[in-house]
Design a protein around this ligand. Structure first.
Ligand SMILES: O=C(O)[C@H](O)[C@@H](O)[C@H](O)[C@H](O)COP(=O)(O)O
Length: 238
């Protein structure tokens, strides 16, 4: 049964599904359409994905989508400051679950350079992204605490990352609730996306997202992504 609509503003387009598998397939189809449209229009496409546990079905479904993957560059919205072969690495997650099947032909741009401290790595990534093209699709997740990318409530670095007038594309954050320093795309960088999607699951996240409407981004960073001038494609399953 399709879940009830979430109490969100009208500019949030809601795609609600009974199961994680259905939601993942639908998001993968949106991604394939978006990337193909970008390639047809500009000859290339740039996709930025999130890490964590819940994106795996989406990444696996997207890897099987038949499109001109050789013209697609895949990036990360955030990363843990760990070696690329660490279980916690989002680069490892993407290499394992997305860069396979048809999508093996895509170009991958990691965010973190192993061995660097978080601040130096953030500056290096910022330099790269600052001159990069607009993302065609950014796919965000959200933690139970309302963090998105690696912009965690109250964490050192998050305020700089949420500054709508900030000039950085990438910041280092140091959340106390997770074991590793992080790199995160900033709000201005995320808002450059031509298409922005958010995929969440379960009632805890449903209520956290609904409570973010009108909330201060410092307390609930996901609130910054609910601005009226930022169309958002929400994918939800219980
Ligand atoms: O590196 C990360 O952990 C993600 O980018 C992060 O922002 C994620 O989207 C949320 O933590 C939700 O994670 P789950 O989907 O595993 O709940």
């Amino acid at each position: 049964m399709t879940p009830a609509a979430l109490a969100l503003p009208a500019h949030v387009t809601q795609h609600r599904y009974a199961t994680a598998s259905e939601a993942a397939s639908a998001l993968a189809e949106l991604a394939a359409r978006t990337l193909t449209t970008a390639i047809d229009a500009r000859g290339s496409a740039h996709l930025y994905v999130s890490g964590g546990r819940s994106p795996v079905p989406f990444l696996e479904a997207l890897s099987r989508q038949p499109l001109a993957w050789q013209h697609v560059t895949v990036g990360l919205v955030d990363e843990r400051c760990v070696p690329a072969d660490d279980d916690a690495s989002n680069a490892r997650l993407v290499r394992t679950h997305l860069l396979q099947n048809a999508a093996h032909a895509a170009l991958f741009e990691p965010l973190y350079e192993s061995g660097l401290d978080a601040e130096t790595a953030a500056q290096r990534a910022d330099t790269r992204l600052a001159i990069g093209p607009r993302p065609d699709l950014v796919v965000l997740g959200m933690g139970d605490d309302g963090h998105t990318a690696s912009l965690f409530p109250g964490a050192p670095g998050t305020a700089a990352g949420l500054d709508p007038r900030g000039t950085r594309s990438v910041v280092a954050t140091h959340p106390q609730t997770v074991p590793h320093a992080r790199l995160s795309l900033t709000l201005p960088a995320l808002r450059r996306a031509r298409t922005l999607a958010l995929a969440i699951q379960g009632e805890v996240k449903r209520h956290r997202l609904e409570s973010a409407v009108g909330a201060a981004p410092e307390t609930l960073p996901i609130a910054a992504m609910l601005d009226a001038d930022l169309p958002l494609q929400l994918f939800f399953n219980p």
